[in-house]
Design a protein around this ligand. Structure first.
Ligand code: 5AD
Ligand code: SF4
Length: 427
């Protein structure tokens, strides 16, 4: 699996379909009867990595002709990339996109019965297919889709072209799924969508805040998270809902992309730096302990040193826990591809380094404020006797423990602050 949580969750669906066909998962590709690549195309390097790994299977397929190799996801949803994979890698048996992953069983059966290669990339955007089996792999967290697709067409972004228009799931289907997951013992539910804030129930027309309230009313000891928010749709009602809730984590991922109004306009983001700062103020007013993270891109076409310094100034004001930082990557078919004044690679790299250095200073400063405090941490992973997990506000914490600490909330006293995590002891 390459790419975002949406893809990670979609791979859980692919695995669910395979499990229903009586396949079992293996970490060893030499033992596999089927290998599926679920690809990403958000940046050039994601595509390159996938192509490199697909190419590396040529020898295995030669020695094991019955091995079935499939490639699906965002990369192959683009007709040109799908055709390139078909031509370049003749040993790939099944090529499909993002709108027809639910057909995996049919594709495999067809391939097995007539041996012909299968190529099915649908132009039309997917309807919402409910009840696909899911093999969940992120326990104690469970991913739950609430919105598919995106209508925003940020000028740099390929997502609307490979994921189609926005489609919200029925509120009742979402609630039913979450109730069942909480009963099964999942301690964290993460709602997924390219822009969760624009959720609208097709039946009752209830919005994201109303959906959050309904989920918050579900009985049980669990935490709700959601991603991703869009600053143009993120509003006071959502902030108040989080502040007043029992289960919603005090954590918001709010991608800003740039601190320059000129660049934000060229990106088609529909907000200014000031609008964004006002939303940050709103969050801090209602939820003072809220962890806020962001996505920032450097080197968008036309970004001058002055525009970039506006980004640095905004970062200084926001106090992000952390930032996912990216170098702008040209995507074929997007509006920004044709924009003049593409920024030279060395300038992009130099800006990225400066941005990371600044954010690191801020991250460590915020982390140090936690030393001596006691926080509630949901144990997620274990490595020997070290447990790692997150606080309600999204901070990564490690502490000494055992398997009994996985999937439960523990009280941890923070003893040391590191750049990307906190260390503590169980009390
Ligand atoms: N180049 C670089 N980064 C991109 N992102 C989206 N498209 C591109 C691109 N063409 C980043 C944005 C988005 C995150 C998921 O990926 O910052 O928020
Ligand atoms: Fe891409 Fe913008 Fe949609 Fe996010 S909101 S998926 S960045 S087009």
């Amino acid at each position: 699996t390459y790419g975002c949580q949406m893809n990670v969750h979609e791979s859980e669906k692919l695995a669910g379909i395979l499990e229903e066909m009586n396949y079992k998962s293996t970490e060893d590709c030499n033992k596999a009867d089927i290998i599926i690549f679920n690809t990403c195309c958000i940046r050039e390097n994601a595509e390159q990595r996938a192509k490199g790994n697909i190419g590396a299977l040529k020898k295995l397929k030669k020695s094991k002709p019955d091995l079935i190799i499939g490639v699906c996801g965002c990369m192959t949803q683009q007709q040109s990339s799908a055709l390139e994979i078909q031509k370049k890698f003749p040993f790939v048996d099944i090529i499909f996109g993002t709108h027809n992953i639910y057909k995996l069983k049919k594709f495999i059966e067809e391939k097995k019965s007539n041996k012909k290669r299968i190529f099915e990339v649908l132009d039309s955007e997917g309807c919402i297919v409910e009840n696909i089996p899911i093999h969940r792999t992120s326990t104690p967290n469970a991913w739950v889709n609430i919105v598919y697709g995106c209508n925003n067409f940020c000028t740099y972004c390929i997502v609307p072209y490979v994921r189609g228009r926005e489609r919200s799931r029925n509120k009742e289907d979402i609630l039913k799924e979450i109730e069942a997951l909480v009963k099964e013992g999942y301690a964290e539910i993460t709602l997924l969508g390219q822009n969760v804030n624009s959720y609208i129930d097709p039946n009752s027309k209830c919005d994201f805040s109303a959906l959050l309230k309904a989920i918050d009313n579900i009985e049980g000891n669990f935490r709700i998270r959601f991603m991703t928010s869009h600053p143009k749709d993120f509003n006071e009602s959502i902030v108040k809902t989080i502040a007043e809730s029992k289960h919603i984590g005090h954590y918001i991922h709010l991608p800003v992309q740039s601190g320059s109004d000129k660049i934000l306009k060229a990106m088609n983001r529909h907000y200014t730096a000031e609008d964004y700062l006002n939303k940050i103020e709103l969050i801090k007013k209602y939820i003072p302990d809220c962890g806020i993270t962001t996505d920032i891109m450097v080197g968008f076409p036309g970004e001058t040193e002055e525009d970039f310094s506006d980004t640095l100034k905004l970062v200084e004001k926001c106090g992000f826990f952390s930032a996912f930082t990216f170098i702008y990557s040209v995507r074929k078919g997007t509006a920004a591809e044709k924009m003049p004044n593409q920024v030279p690679e060395e300038i992009k790299h130099e800006r990225l380094t400066r941005l990371i250095n600044l954010q690191n200073e801020i991250s460590i400063k915020i982390s140090r404020e936690y030393v001596g405090k006691t926080v509630s941490v949901l144990g997620e992973n274990i490595n020997k006797d070290v447990i790692s997990g997150r606080t309600d506000c999204g901070k990564l914490v490690t502490f000494k423990g055992d398997f009994n600490d996985i999937g439960v909330f523990s009280q941890i006293k923070i003893t040391e602050a590191k750049l990307s995590s906190l260390q503590g002891i169980k009390i």
